[in-house]
Design a binder for this molecule. Sequence first.
Ligand SMILES: [Zn+2]
Length: 414
Amino acid sequence: MNAQRVIEDLRELAARTSTHDGAQRLAWGPVWRDARDWFKGRVAEIGLRVETDSAGNNWVTLRGASPKTVIIGSHLDSVPNGGWLDGALGVMAALEALRMHAGAAPPVTLKLVDWADEEGARFGRSLLGSAAAAGSLKVDEVRGLKDRQGTTLVEALAENGVALDRMTDAHLELKTIDARAYLELHIEQGPVLESMQKSTGVVLGTFGVERNMLRFTGQAAHSGSTPIPMRRDAFLAAAQTSLECRAIARRRSKPGAGVVCTVGVVNVEPKIVTAVPGLCEISLDQRALDPDVLAAMLRDAQAAAAQAARDNNVAVEWLPLWRIEPRPFHPALIDLCEQAVREETGDAPRLPSGPLHDAAEMVPHMPVVMMFAYSSNGLSHCKEEDTPLARLETTIRAYLRLVQKTVAHVAAAP
Ligand SMILES: [Zn+2]
């Protein structure tokens, strides 16, 4: 088990593919291709080779005694001015797991995957490669996407030998694998492990999201001549709803099962200092790991908005923006992950993932678990992204233990 070698690889990759503003491995571009070429060389050193599926995902297969397969990996692409660990940590640690097992054929097959375009930073569609492999990508929804320079996704894919209309063939390719587990190590990208002073966390699943716009409609009126009881102030109804939604999230949070909600957009009209707002729109983004809790949060918010509308004599309308089901990880793999983290660190904090990850796309298809590494200052998607060295080494060792445990677990299963 050589955690130091993983860190050396990460440093070398960062040196090759970063400027002083951070990592520049934007999916489908030249720096990303260079990162993948470099990775191909690393893989060749252990006598293995990289194969690319129809969606541009890169796979490395270490054949074992059984076709039962444990998939390990993450993504090499980054946001512009990104960090050195987001995605790359999971790929480099998976490579070390292959090195560990490459000497003698392992009891089960190991497949490393480097998903294409996890970030969606250029065309706005995250989890592109893993969604194609999962069969959840609707190609017609992404066909019209363009980057800021006006290059279409279709053109960018073609530059990389990927045809949009063939991308979902990656799902047929995934289905030929006897996949028994998917393991992903990732930096937390938030402040929770740091606040607990823990190096490593066991991830329970990715949050479900309910995202809506709420439009409150009252009546614009003169701010001097309209007595307060006679107003129909749309902003106050929106503000009351926002505060009540925070109270709902606090009520629904339990230790180890936190939930969040955010009002990130506020539009008010007529936006004049001397007018009572006649119209106010707010966005409401609610997230939870438990589907029943998420559904209850939404119901509570609908009741709160209706009450705030009545209190302020305005109307309220809900406009759905986006939703996704929670993706809970697999109980048996969560237990193995907990054992691995506890053996390495003496403790195994469990936490949900607020951000989505490629792992979420694999949940309907196979048992999945993720492990998180501590994020310094909770920062990610920026050059300051970091994990203190000793904590990083500990986490990589815990992940390599998890791979070993999972291989043994899958080998013993029927
Ligand atoms: Zn990532």
